[in-house]
Design a protein around this ligand. Structure first.
Ligand code: UD1
Length: 423
């Protein structure tokens, strides 16, 4: 069993770089199936979710090469249009292969995807949108199969601006006949990155990031190179680590506008932030200020993926803060673990009430999900004494060698392989 051992209470500082975005690269990897040739992606992070996507692409017949952050995918020949259950259950975003397989092969079958346990996570909006484009969708137990003689453009109104449903629809519509309009589309930067990638391959997508996305279907896509945007959630993770544990830190390789929903919240906590080109300097407050209410919402609202991170800062605030979760039903599993460090968080439905405490003390923690795990790392760094974190597979889905990056800014953090078996 692998574990992170953290000796907290040290002052961190220096410069830290942000790698490519997990949530941008995964749908783009799925979309690479539409190109009957080579796709070259740069700034690809080394994450277990990326490896899981590579496994899916290779199973489908693509040739994939990964070297120093560059991923070359050759999807000239695709031999399968199904995805085995063991590959699907690795991560939530494998569902995006439904749209790309449908566009490429006119047929796809797979079981419902895995991913973090943060709520029900239905896929009805994905399936409705693909049906509107002409796919016949059949669900048998947890198996989904889609077939379409041809995909035709349609007007699709999403009941909620789902990131995944918007991506699946954009990908399937890129090779459909005629025009597709997605109304109430998700506006996250990762949607824009997907549109930029598809357009660089010859797709005709406009309006990405604005809520109404129009896709004029084309007959084929061609090979292209694309650089993945920096991971804004990783940037927010480093802001959290810095706010709790440093006097000041410089976070490099960011796109400042992508952090626009996050920056005001950290300023309200008392952090001083200054932007310079693609860098952000965070000067931490002497005493963290509480925030009466933070509510997570779809972009450009405060991101649900930063909810646990904000909580990790507020556990040391002067006063009481509340955070309401507006996107997922159940995203507070991490709270009980933070309380083991001496935090005082109580959860009532979709709201967490965080009573600020002065001291945190090291403890044994289990990562509950990807971002909850990252919040635990940040908080453990601020706790006096030793903390151990297990169930690291959650963190490894979205953070490239977290211990190495944080060690570079002075953290005392090690990954150990304990011989004892997990029970
Ligand atoms: C993506 C991100 C995830 C982020 C989330 C919201 C990736 C790989 N993951 O997840 O990190 O937390 O966006 O910003 O990009 N819903 C339905 N029916 C559907 C689809 C979604 O009811 O068919 C609901 C979900 O249950 C959830 C909400 O819509 O309550 C948002 O989900 P969605 O935006 O689809 O998130 P993901 O694409 O799964």
């Amino acid at each position: 069993m692998e574990k992170l051992v953290i000796n907290g209470g040290k002052r961190l500082g220096g410069e830290i770089s942000v790698h490519g975005s997990k949530n941008a690269v995964l749908p783009i990897m799925a979309a690479s199936l539409l190109v009957k040739g080579e796709t070259v992606l740069h700034n690809v992070p080394d994450l277990s979710d990326v490896s899981a996507s590579i496994d899916i692409l290779e199973y489908l017949g693509a040739k994939v090469k990964k070297e120093n952050g560059t991923l070359t995918i050759n999807a000239a020949e695709i031999v399968n249009n199904d995805i085995p259950d063991n590959l699907m259950c690795e991560m939530r975003s494998s569902i995006i292969f439904l749209g790309s397989l449908l566009a490429r092969c006119r047929q796809a079958s797979m079981c419902r995807p895995g991913g973090c346990d943060i709520g029900l996570r239905p896929i009805d909006l994905h399936l409705e949108a693909l049906s509107a484009l002409g796919a016949m969708v059949e669900e048998r137990g947890s198996c989904i199969s889609c077939i379409a003689r041809e995909l035709r453009g349609a007007k699709i109104v999403l009941a909620f601006p789902s990131v995944g449903a918007t991506e699946n629809t954009m990908i399937a519509a890129a090779l459909a006949k005629g025009k597709t309009t997605i109304i109430n589309a998700a506006r996250e930067p990762e949607i824009c990155d997907l549109a930029d990638f598809l357009n660089s391959c010859g797709a005709r997508i406009s309006g990405a990031g604005e809520g109404v996305v129009e896709i004029e279907g084309v007959e084929r896509l061609h090979s292209a190179q694309h650089r993945i945007i920096p991971d804004r959630i990783l940037a927010a993770t480093y802001m959290t680590v810095a706010a709790l544990n440093s006097n000041e830190m410089i976070i490099r390789d960011i796109i400042p506008s992508h952090l626009a929903p996050v920056i005001p919240v950290y300023m309200k906590m008392g952090c001083r932030l200054s932007l310079s080109g693609e860098s952000l300097k965070l000067v931490s407050p002497k005493k963290i200020r509480h925030i009466r209410n933070i509510k997570t919402l779809p972009y450009p609202g405060f991101p649900t993926d930063c909810q646990a991170l904000a909580a990790a800062v507020l556990i040391k605030a002067r006063g009481t803060s509340t955070i309401s979760e507006g996107v997922f039903e159940n995203r507070f599993n991490y709270a009980a673990e933070l309380n083991r460090l001496g935090a005082d968080i109580s959860v009532d439905g979709r709201t967490a009430i965080i009573y600020g405490v002065k001291r945190l003390c090291g403890a044994g923690l289990k990562c509950t999900d990807l971002r909850g795990g990252a919040a635990m790392v940040a908080a453990a760094l601020a706790a006096e004494g030793e903390s151990t974190l297990t169930q690291l597979y959650h963190i490894d889905r979205g953070y490239e060698a977290v211990e190495k990056s944080l060690a570079c800014v002075g953290a005392d953090i090690k990954r150990l392989n304990d011989e004892k078996k997990e029970c």
